[in-house]
Design a protein around this ligand. Structure first.
Ligand code: SUG
Length: 446
C-alpha cells in the first residue's frame, strides 16, 4: 500500500508583494500592495487541515529565514543585522526585497521527487530545485535540501541530490513541471517532464518572450539523477504562447493524478505526440480531460488558476476530487466549465473550492502550495512524524501564527530592522516546535 502525502509550505511571516516575478501576472499586478501575512498563513493552514479532513495524509514544510542576511552579506553588506538592513534599504532596496520574499511557501517548486517504485535503487529520490530563473527563488535550494534531509533522513529509504548547477541553462523549477502516471501510487509509473525550451540544442518551436524557467536539459538531468528507466519517461515542451499568457509553470495549465491528466488543450506544443508517447509507455488506460479554449480562454485559465488545483484521490472509492482556488468559482467562464465537467463521465467526481487568496495574489494557487510525495508504508513510517499534521500540530501552528505574524506588511516595512527581528524570533520558536535545533542561519550566527 502506498499513499500520496501533500507537504504544504507554511506561509512565512514576511509574506509580501514584491512584484519580483517577471512573467507571473499576479505577482506583477499586485506589486507593492499591502499584504496580510497572518491571514495568508491561516488560509494555508486551513487548506492543509481541510485536506486532512478529507482523509489524506498531510505534511508541512517550514518557511525559510527571511530576510536572508547571508545573501546580503555575500553581496558586500556588512555590520550587525540592523546595519545590513539599513545599508541595503538605503543603497539597494530592490536587493532587500529579493531577500525578503516568503516564496519558499510554494513547495511545488521545492524539488522533484521520484517515488521508490520508479527508481533503479528502490529508494525515494529528491532533488532540490535550483530555481535559477528568479534571483529571489535561487536562494532557496540550500535550505530546502537541509529541510528535506531532516524530514526524510533515513538513508535506507531516501536519497537527496544537490540542486543542479546554477545558471539558466539548467533552470529547474521542480515538481511544478512534472507529472507522474500510475494505476496506484505503489506501481511503477510513467513520468512526464515538461520544459519550456532547449538550452543547448536548437529550438524547433519559437520560444516565449517571458522567461521559460524550465529547460529540457534540467529535466533530463533530474530523470537521470533519479535513476529512472528512460522507457518510462516522457519529455514534452510547453506551448510558448501559454507561457506568454502567464503560465510560467506547467502546473498553471495542467494537473494529473494516477491515470488522469486534466489539461488545457493549448498547454503543449505537440499534444498529439505527447499523448501517444504517454499511452505507449504507460501501457494501460489513461484519461485525458482536455479543456477547450472555446470554453476556457488562456486568460481565464491563468486568472482563475483552474488548473492550479489539487487533483486528489479520496479514500473509500469516492473517486477523485479537484480542489480549486475560490477564484475559479468566481470566474463565470470557468465556473460554467466546471458545471459541465461534473456532468461528464470522468474520474473527477467532486469539485471543491479553497480560499488561498493571499498566496494567489503572488501567483500561487492550491497546487503551488504543495509538494506531493508518494510513499509506501515503510517509507511513511520512516518520515520524521513531527512534520505530519495532526490536531495538536494544527492548533500549535495556528497559535504560533496568531502570536507572531503581523496583520499587514507594506513594502516600506521591509526597511525596518524590527520586522527582521520579529521574524527571527518567530522562526526561532518554530524550530523548537519541530525540534530542529539551530536550523536557521541566524541561530548559528548568534
Ligand atoms: O515563482 N511567486 C512565485 C509563484 C510560484 C507558483 N508556483 C507554481 N506555479 N508551482 C513565482 O513566481 C512572487 C513573489 C513576489 O513577487 O513577491 C513569486 O515568487
Amino acid at each position: 500500500m502506498s499513499t500520496e502525502v501533500n507537504f504544504d509550505g507554511l506561509i512565512g511571516p514576511s509574506h509580501n508583494y514584491g512584484g519580483l516575478s517577471h512573467g507571473n501576472v499576479a505577482s506583477k499586478s499586485n506589486a507593492l500592495r499591502i499584504s496580510q501575512p497572518k491571514k495568508a498563513a491561516l488560509q494555508g493552514l486551513e487548506k492543509m487541515n481541510y485536506l486532512r479532513g478529507l482523509g489524506l495524509a498531510q505534511g508541512v514544510l517550514l518557511p525559510q529565514q527571511r530576510p536572508h542576511l547571508p545573501t546580503l552579506r555575500s553581496l558586500g553588506f556588512s555590520g550587525s543585522d540592523a546595519e545590513i538592513i539599513n545599508r541595503a534599504s538605503n543603497q539597494a532596496p530592490e536587493l532587500l526585497a529579493q531577500c525578503y520574499s516568503a516564496s519558499s511557501m510554494w513547495t511545488a517548486n521545492a524539488c522533484t521527487v521520484a517515488p521508490s517504485a520508479d527508481t533503479a535503487d528502490g529508494r525515494v529520490h529528491f532533488t532540490a530545485s535550483n530555481l535559477s530563473s528568479m534571483f529571489h527563488r535561487s536562494i532557496e535550494h540550500e535550505t530546502t535540501t537541509r529541510l528535506l534531509k531532516s524530514i526524510f533522513s533515513d538513508e535506507n529509504y531516501f536519497t537527496h541530490h544537490q540542486a543542479l548547477p546554477s545558471g539558466v541553462h539548467f533552470g529547474d523549477e521542480g515538481a511544478a513541471n512534472h507529472n507522474r502516471f500510475a494505476e496506484n501510487y505503489a506501481d511503477a509509473g510513467v513520468q512526464l517532464f515538461v520544459f519550456g525550451r532547449y538550452a543547448f540544442r536548437e529550438n524547433r518551436y519559437a520560444t516565449a518572450k517571458f522567461p521559460t524557467r524550465q529547460t529540457y536539459e534540467a529535466s533530463r538531468a533530474i530523470s537521470q539523477l533519479h535513476g529512472l528507466d528512460q522507457n518510462r519517461v516522457v519529455y514534452a515542451q510547453q506551448n510558448p504562447k501559454i507561457i506568454d499568457a502567464g503560465a510560467f509553470h506547467n502546473d498553471v495549465v495542467s494537473v494529473s493524478n494516477l491515470n488522469t491528466f486534466f489539461m488545457h488543450e493549448e498547454a503543449f506544443v505537440d499534444k498529439a505526440s505527447m499523448q501517444d508517447e504517454l499511452r505507449r509507455k504507460y501501457n494501460g488506460e489513461l484519461h485525458f480531460i482536455e479543456v477547450p479554449t472555446e470554453q476556457v480562454s488562456l486568460q481565464a485559465a491563468v486568472k482563475s488558476y483552474l488548473f492550479n488545483s489539487q487533483l486528489i484521490q479520496l479514500p473509500n472509492e469516492q473517486g477523485m476530487a479537484l480542489i480549486l482556488p475560490s477564484e475559479s468559482q468566481e470566474n463565470a467562464e470557468v465556473f460554467a466549465y466546471l458545471q459541465d465537467l461534473k456532468e461528464q463521465d470522468t474520474p473527477i467526481k467532486h469539485v471543491q473550492f479553497v480560499d488561498v487568496r493571499q498566496s494567489m495574489q503572488n501567483g500561487g494557487g492550491p497546487a503551488c502550495l504543495r509538494l506531493r510525495v508518494a510513499l509506501n508504508q515503510a517509507e511513511l513510517g520512516a518520515v520524521n512524524s513531527k512534520f505530519i499534521l495532526d490536531d495538536q500540530l494544527f492548533a500549535e501552528l495556528n497559535r504560533w501564527v496568531n502570536k507572531h505574524y503581523r496583520d499587514e506588511i507594506h513594502p516600506d516595512d521591509l526597511r525596518d530592522p524590527k520586522l527582521a527581528q520579529e521574524n527571527f524570533f518567530a522562526l526561532d520558536e518554530l524550530s523548537q516546535i519541530f525540534d530542529l535545533g539551530s536550523f536557521y542561519e541566524f541561530q548559528r550566527e548568534a
